[in-house]
Design a protein around this ligand. Sequence first.
Ligand code: HEM
Length: 339
Amino acid sequence: MASSISTYALLLTFFTTLISFFFITSRSKQKFKNGKKLPPGPRPLPIIGNLHMLGQLPHRSLSNLAKKYGSIMSIRLGNVPTIVVSSPEAAELFLKIHDGVFASRPKIQFSDYVSYGNKGLGFAPYGSYWRTVRKWCTLELLSSSKVELFEPIRRREVESLVDQIKRAAASGQVVDLSAKALELMENFMYRMIIGRSKDDKFDLKPLIQESLRLTGHFNISDYVPFLAPLDLQGLIPQFEAIREGCDNFLEEIIDEHQQDKHKGQKKHRDFVDVMLSHLDQPMNPNDESELHIIDPTNIKAIILDMITGALDTSTVAIEWAFSEILKHPRVKTRFSKKS
Ligand code: HEM
């Protein structure tokens, strides 16, 4: 008994010393980095930093902390030094005046898994690679000429949906508009990005939705990277399942496009064809310092990011538009008169 008490006492002393050491070093690190002072902020705890202060509603907790520490505040999320900005003037400094410095998204474990090591547009660090990928996506998919080119497809799909809803309404059926909006966006997106209509073989929707959930999920490994090998939340098997599902889908799409090209069956090039035309080519042939050869993982990551970026955002925008119309009878009446 006495020996177990002394073991506990020893362990307690050891951990107290360790925690005090972390606490002191973390405090001094917060004060100075590269010899420069960080903005003021609450004192971080060892290992978790200020994570415990975020609570259930982080935006409100941060707003309360900003009242005490100012509109440019420094906190630590686990091991990650973070600056919280909470006034329009300060936001302008970060997002406009010094935007190049802060343009990269933070690295997260999930995007590293699913985006082939952050090779898509969403999580690639700001720089020459990201700028070129953005240029390709804008020119080939998002420019006004491309948006106009797809107008007949959008019109056809919307007309078909309106017909379906009219028929359902005539027979008194309930219509799940959220599901219909998602289906509509899926149909557009498949046509625009992979140049084909959807079939049962390719159901990427559940994988994308799970991806979005996992992107926003709190992952302790993102904040305390030395714990990553332990995978305390058991997230890695979920990441791997998404990666495998998406990769199978993308492999099939790429194979299909390559076969169609060899058979000479293509009337016009879609986004995947354009991306495949860069395969095995240097990305910026005129810039020898940034000679990046495009491989299939780059192409798969770019296609996946465009599909992920398009699907949920546009669906949610439609859902919100509908709910706002329903909440405002004046707008609803004007709409009914116009149609
Ligand atoms: C109503 C529809 C949409 C909304 C509200 C929306 C909103 C956003 C927002 C807020 C961002 C983050 C911007 C930033 O961090 O600076 C973003 C990024 C992105 N969006 Fe959209 N988006 C929409 C439609 C689309 C569509 C149709 C596509 C693809 C065809 C797309 C692809 C992307 C991609 C790839 C990114 C990452 C860009 C980057 O990090 O450089 N989005 N979107």
